[in-house]
Write a protein that binds this ligand. Structure first.
Ligand code: PLP
Length: 372
């Protein structure tokens, strides 16, 4: 594991106008009003894990459990679906609209689910290593699924190119120069998860560990933490898979940087080689550290959560859901010292998905750590 401090971030950094144009209390209220009106909306549970807190030598540990979100199994139901709703709000006849995106699995499922719900068409691009189970889940919502060569970042570009040719609406969870409106809505939707968690905590956290793909959800969590607690905000630690460490590499370089290596990881939802520009705008000031999380620690953590022997509640957490928890529990003495983690710490983390690929989940819980 590698700990990379972000030299640009400071607790006293102001919340800037640029940041407020991306995420704001007004935008969160608007997103909450829309999403909470949908059938099936309910805040997901926040669990206290006293057994794991004792194991980590900290005062408390809470985990937000997204496995039951809208029945599609991840927090991504809040983001892509809200962005689709925003696109359709500007178009009177949804049946004439095609929404499209690239996905590692969960974002595409959210877009496909909402397209079916709201009556438009969806075409979802997946890359070479997205599991067939995840492809089938997306198709089950009536979406057309297209598998394309390369990795996630290639599929993002292919989706955008095809959409430009066909006149489709790109609903991407990542942003790039000139494409920010939709991913901003996606991140505003994610803030609902952060707000639910913060509201349910018995005391403000001292540390938040949150896993990163393109960084959208981490930016949403960090942004709300800054707005809610100001300079007293918790230390924000991003948990990046070792095999796709674009946030660790970007913090190291002090600027957005493409991840080194093959961008291949068991943590499929986090397999992104490039940070989102909007997320960078927030996290450069309000994200303090990145810790890299190797795949071989993921299966053991999933199994411990699934069948705790310490009195903690059991939690169904998928391969991309546990990096934050692993970073908290596996940080060595030097890392703990650097991030100020100790007996007085109150940690918040997020189990961002459940068994979104049930066959894969079952095999990992049964002890098969695949290529980890
Ligand atoms: C389960 C899960 N957790 C975390 C993330 C990371 O989100 P982001 O790409 O916004 O950083 C993803 C992304 O797909 C995901 O599927």
């Amino acid at each position: 594991m590698r700990l990379v401090p972000n030299a640009l971030a400071q607790r006293s950094a102001p919340w800037t106008q640029v940041q407020d144009a991306i995420l704001s209390d007004a935008a969160l209220r608007a997103a909450h009003q829309v999403v909470s009106s949908w059938d099936g909306y309910a805040p997901t549970p926040l669990h206290a894990l006293p057994g794991l807190a004792a194991q980590a030598g900290i005062a408390s540990l809470h985990i937000k459990d997204e496995s039951g979100r809208f029945g599609i199994g991840s927090f991504k139901a809040l983001g892509g679906a809200y962005a689709v709703a925003q696109v359709l709000a500007q178009h009177p006849s949804p049946a004439d609209i095609v929404v499209t995106c690239a996905t590692d699995g969960n974002h595409g499922r959210s877009v496909a689910w909402s397209a079916q719900r709201f009556g438009c068409r969806a075409v979802i691009f997946i890359h070479e290593t997205v599991s067939q189970g995840r492809a089938n889940a997306i198709a089950s919502f009536g979406a057309e699924v297209r598998r394309v060569p390369g990795g996630y970042d290639d599929s993002v570009r292919i989706a955008a190119d095809v959409a430009a040719r066909e006149g489709w609406h790109v609903v991407s969870d990542t942003s790039w120069p000139g494409y920010t409106d939709v991913p901003r809505n996606v991140m505003q939707g994610y803030e609902i998860m952060a707000a639910e968690a913060f509201d349910a905590l018995p005391a403000p956290p001292t540390h938040i560990f949150i896993q990163t793909g393109v960084g959208g959800v981490a930016a949403a969590v960090a942004g709300l933490a800054k707005r809610r607690w100001g300079d007293a905000r918790p230390c924000i630690i991003l948990a990046d898979p070792t095999g796709a460490a674009c946030w660790a590499d970007s913090f190291f370089a002090g600027k957005p940087t493409v991840a080194q290596g093959t961008v291949d990881t068991l943590q499929a939802g986090l397999a992104c080689g490039e940070v989102s520009e909007l997320a960078w705008d927030i996290l450069k000031d309000h994200g303090d550290f990145a810790i890299t999380v190797p795949d071989h620690l993921v299966g053991p953590m999933m199994r411990q959560l699934a069948a705790p022997a310490n009195g903690d509640p059991a939690i169904e957490a998928g391969e991309s859901a546990v990096a934050g928890l692993v970073a908290c529990l596996s940080a060595d003495g030097a890392m703990r010292h650097a991030i100020g983690l100790g007996p007085a710490s109150r940690v918040l983390t997020f189990a961002t998905e459940g068994a979104t690929d049930p066959a894969l989940y079952r095999s990992i819980i049964a002890g098969d750590d695949l290529h980890a």
